[in-house]
Design a protein around this ligand. Structure first.
Ligand SMILES: [Fe+2]
Length: 263
C-alpha cells in the first residue's frame, strides 16, 4: 500500500469515528499545501508553551559553543510538556481542517539558524518524503526579513506550489533528481506567475507546509532565528501525539519508512 492509499483509508476511519464533523476535501489537501495556523484562535496555553520552550532553547544556545549554519537543540524530551501542549493545538487543527484523519508527530526538530552562505536548506528545495507528510514551523523569536524568514513558492492562484514526491510507497521509493534542489525550476516557474512569499511574524507565529511544497530558509542578515519544526503523519487509529517510541529528532534520518502503516 502506498501513502496516498493509506491516507484515504485513514480518512474513512476518521469519518466513521467523527460523524458530526465535516471532512476537509481530499483535493484541497494537495492543492493548498501551505497554510498559516490561526494561533489567535488557540487558548493562552499555546503561547505560554511557546514562550517557555523559547526560553529553554535560548538558554541552551546561549551556553553552547557549537558553531555552524544550523545549530541543533539535542534533546526534545527536555521540553516534552511544552511540545505536547503545542501539538495538542496544532494536530487537532490539522486533522479537522487539512487531513480529515488522525495524525501523530513522527519528528521534531528544534534548531537555531545563524549567519551563513546560501547552501543546503537555504536553496529552493522540497523534502521528497511522501506527499502526505506535513511540517509545522513555530518561530521562537520575532522573525523579520533580516533573520531568516521561511519562504515558499506560490502558484498564480496564491496557494503554495508543490513538487511531486519520488517516494510514494514500497513500490516507488526513489531519491529526487539533483537532491531535490530546484533553483532552476523555480526560475522558470517565476516567469509564469509563480511568486515567492516569506513568513515574518512575532514569536509564536506558526506555519504549516507540505514537505514537498517548494521552500527554503533565508540567510541571517542580523540576529538569529530559533525554530521548532513539528512533522505529522497519518495514522488509522488514534494514538498519543508524541511518544519516544515513534517521535524522533536529529538522531534518526529524516526519510520516513516506505511502509505508511509502520509507526
Ligand atoms: Fe526543507
Amino acid at each position: 500500500m502506498n501513502y496516498k492509499e493509506y491516507f484515504i483509508l485513514c480518512r474513512e476511519k476518521w469519518r466513521q469515528d467523527n460523524s458530526g464533523l465535516i471532512s476537509p476535501k481530499l483535493e484541497d489537501f494537495y492543492n493548498d499545501p501551505t497554510r498559516p495556523v490561526p494561533i489567535n484562535t488557540f487558548a493562552a496555553d499555546y503561547q505560554l508553551a511557546v514562550d517557555s520552550a523559547a526560553q529553554r532553547v535560548f538558554d541552551y544556545f546561549s551556553n553552547s559553543k557549537e558553531q555552524g549554519i544550523m545549530l541543533q537543540y539535542p534533546d526534545i524530551w527536555s521540553i516534552r510538556e511544552q511540545l505536547e501542549t503545542m501539538s495538542s493545538f496544532i494536530v487537532p487543527h490539522l486533522e479537522k481542517t487539512m487531513y480529515g484523519c488522525y495524525l501523530y508527530v513522527d519528528k521534531i526538530y528544534i534548531y537555531r539558524t545563524t549567519k551563513c552562505e546560501r547552501d543546503s536548506s537555504y536553496i529552493w528545495h522540497y523534502d521528497n518524503n511522501p506527499n502526505e507528510i506535513v511540517k509545522n514551523i513555530i518561530y521562537l523569536n520575532n522573525v523579520s526579513a533580516k533573520n531568516s524568514p521561511f519562504e515558499y513558492l506560490t502558484k498564480p492562484d496564491g496557494k503554495g506550489y508543490m513538487f511531486n514526491a519520488h517516494r510514494i510507497g514500497p513500490d516507488k521509493w526513489n531519491q529526487a533528481p539533483n537532491g531535490s534542489r530546484v533553483n532552476k525550476e523555480v526560475k522558470s516557474l517565476q516567469a509564469t506567475g509563480h511568486k515567492p512569499k516569506t513568513i515574518i511574524g512575532p514569536k509564536g507565529t506558526t506555519f504549516t507546509f507540505n514537505n514537498n511544497a517548494c521552500h527554503r530558509a533565508n540567510p541571517i542578515i542580523e540576529g538569529y532565528r530559533d525554530v521548532i519544526n513539528i512533522r505529522v503523519k497519518p495514522t488509522i487509529n488514534k494514538i498519543e501525539l508524541l511518544d519516544p517510541r515513534y517521535t524522533s529528532s536529529f538522531e534518526k534520518q529524516g526519510v520516513v519508512d516506505s511502509n505508511p502503516e509502520k509507526i
